[in-house]
Design a protein around this ligand. Structure first.
Ligand code: GRG
Length: 309
């Protein structure tokens, strides 16, 4: 996988880094914060539905990227934790809506029945809406020790990321493309940089902004995140073919069944793996100036291509 001198050095540094302990610690921090963030109150049903999906597990990749980028840029976990929770609330709401019959129509997510299967479509739509608006309220009211202009910048980026310029736009083009056989690599890239990549990029960049990072650092981290975002989606497409429902926690083989154009369909599995690995090498190259401080982000980039779910 490692092709350049630069990347060889970073790969060796990463070997000494214990990613699984790092992820476990950060996941615990995020799980506890998410649990505290959303107490059940009246009307109980909607809070239960929101908590059902928010606390259903998942890798917590977006909040961890936000915490890691904030620490890399000289900030603390505490500064980024409310935004990290907001990112997971937004991600979770996008999964709830994506699983609805009107969208991707799936019965399982994160190894459990999907939100609408448990609470009904009406409540699932509202649970998504509730999580989306609460994400902004929560980040705005719980963030401490961050310059107000940096917090406003992060909230504005979050808004752009979920809207038509981000997740919503990507999802619309994805729905329009279903069943079409002549989708170009360019269109596929547009879908995934918006539907999947935008939130991953905002996760990394938000952490850096909260810490007061320079424009140059934000630029580098943004490029790192764009690369891992696309690699993440390519791997997602591969796993849809190669992994089982138990491994994925959701229905496997769905892209083929829904006649979706995917990277493996355009390039084949081997070439898709190669492209994902090249993107990860490019991401890691952006981290060279930061030395060992960037080990978590380096290791996470490698994890993107080796993950099993
Ligand atoms: C955001 C207003 C608004 C509406 C949502 C439905 C929709 C519009 C967009 C779809 C976004 C979507 C579901 C993209 C797929 C992203 C993806 C690859 C999810 C899987 O992420 P993982 O593997 O999941 O990180 P876990 O469960 O580990 O968190």
């Amino acid at each position: 996988m490692v092709t350049t001198g630069d990347n060889l050095v970073t790969e060796q540094e990463t070997l000494n880094f214990d990613l699984s302990s790092y992820l476990k610690d950060k996941q615990q921090l995020v799980e506890a914060a998410l649990d505290r963030s959303l107490p059940i109150t009246r009307p109980e049903k909607i809070y239960q539905a929101m908590r059902y999906s928010l606390l259903a597990g998942g890798k917590r990749l977006r909040p961890i990227l936000c915490l890691s980028a904030c620490e890399l840029a000289g900030g603390t976990s505490e500064m980024a934790l409310p935004t990290a929770c907001a990112l997971e609330m937004i991600h979770t709401m996008s999964l709830i809506h994506d699983d609805l019959p009107a969208m991707d129509d799936d019965d399982y997510r994160r190894g459990k029945l999907t939100n609408h299967k448990v609470y009904g479509e009406d409540i699932a739509i509202l649970a998504g809406d509730g999580l989306l608006s609460y994400a902004f309220e929560y980040a705005a009211t719980h963030t401490r020790n961050v310059a107000p202009e940096n917090l406003i910048n992060v909230l504005a980026r979050l808004g752009r990321t979920v809207g038509a310029a981000g997740l919503v736009g990507g999802q619309v083009l994805d729905l329009e493309s279903e069943g079409q056989t002549d989708i170009s690599v360019d269109t596929l890239k547009f879908i995934h940089t918006h539907k999947t990549g935008a939130l991953l990029e905002t996760s990394v960049v938000s952490g850096a902004i909260l810490a007061g990072a320079s424009d140059e650092d934000i630029q580098r981290l943004s490029q790192y995140a764009q690369n891992i975002g696309l690699a993440f989606q390519i791997v997602d497409d591969i796993l849809d073919i190669t992994a089982t429902q138990e491994e994925l926690g959701k229905t496997a083989g769905k892209d083929l069944r829904d006649q979706k154009v995917t990277y493996p369909r355009l390039w084949g599995i081997e070439e898709s793996k190669k492209q994902a690995q090249n993107l990860v090498c490019g991401a890691i190259a952006q981290l060279t100036p930061y030395g060992a401080k960037a080990d978590p982000l380096r290791a996470i980039a490698n994890f993107i291509v080796t993950r099993k779910n």
